[in-house]
Ligand binder design. Structure first.
Ligand code: URA
Length: 230
């Protein structure tokens, strides 16, 4: 919501007063004086007028986790450990996963309480490249590079996947970059060639690369510049 709308919605200010308050530099958002009436504020923003708190704001939280294989990308599961079990944080019920991984897939997973941020990151229009290291049962050939670049037809959704980049690394290993996040997408793309994926690891999402210091199961908070990547 725009800051001018937020202020006008409060009982103590009318629109004319709001315009003046902003010009007179009396409004601060997250510690910064805001004059632009179009400035966007969120549930997380801390908003003050002459030092008086108008909205306390919740701290936004962002984590990167090195998901190990053998845990579920869900907040609760009756049978298996979940990725949230790996986090030692308060109010875990407020957190959600931005971009799931399959039970046996490892790698970069992002967890946050900021729905705006995670939506931007996961919505198909964003076309954020997700890079996976893939190991397969059968050899991977140059035909895969061409096919993945052309797109693979998924009958269930009646769609063709967007062009994906495949780099061959070894006879049965490759690096795949996809810009979508369809259900079991990587496994189904290799399934086109009847080639089973036996190892799958997400290395990066957009410009954010999994921290090599994090062992499987470990996590850390994202830094402010990392949060701003999305
Ligand atoms: N594609 C898959 O098939 N599985 C994942 O976990 C991620 C992408």
């Amino acid at each position: 919501m725009r800051v001018d709308r937020f202020l006008s919605n409060l009982p103590q200010f009318n629109r004319q007063q709001v315009r003046l308050l902003l010009i007179e530099k009396r409004i601060q958002v997250d510690g910064q004086i805001i004059c632009d009436p179009r400035h966007e504020i969120r549930a997380f923003s801390h908003i003050e007028f002459d030092g008086q708190v108008l909205q306390a704001g919740k701290p936004a939280r962002y984590f990167m986790l090195h998901k190990p294989p053998g845990c579920v990308s869900a907040t609760q599961d009756p049978e298996h450990p979940t990725v949230l079990d790996l986090l030692d944080e308060p109010d875990k019920h407020e957190l959600h996963i931005a971009g799931r991984l399959d039970f046996n897939t490892s790698g970069l997973m992002l967890i946050t309480n900021d729905g705006h941020w995670s939506r931007r990151l996961t919505q198909p229009q964003t076309k954020l490249p997700k890079v996976y290291y893939v190991e397969t049962e059968q050899p991977i050939t140059a035909a895969y590079v061409t096919k993945f670049n052309e797109g693979v037809y998924f009958a269930y959704e009646d769609l063709t996947t967007l062009p994906a980049e495949l780099e061959l690394l070894g006879p049965r290993s490759a690096r795949l970059s996809i810009v979508e996040g369809r259900y079991h997408q990587v496994k189904r793309m290799f399934g086109f060639f009847d080639n089973k994926v036996v190892g799958l690891h997400r290395e990066s999402i957009g410009a954010l690369v999994l921290d090599s210091q994090l062992a499987p199961g470990q996590y850390r908070a994202l830094s402010p510049p990392e949060i701003l990547l999305f």
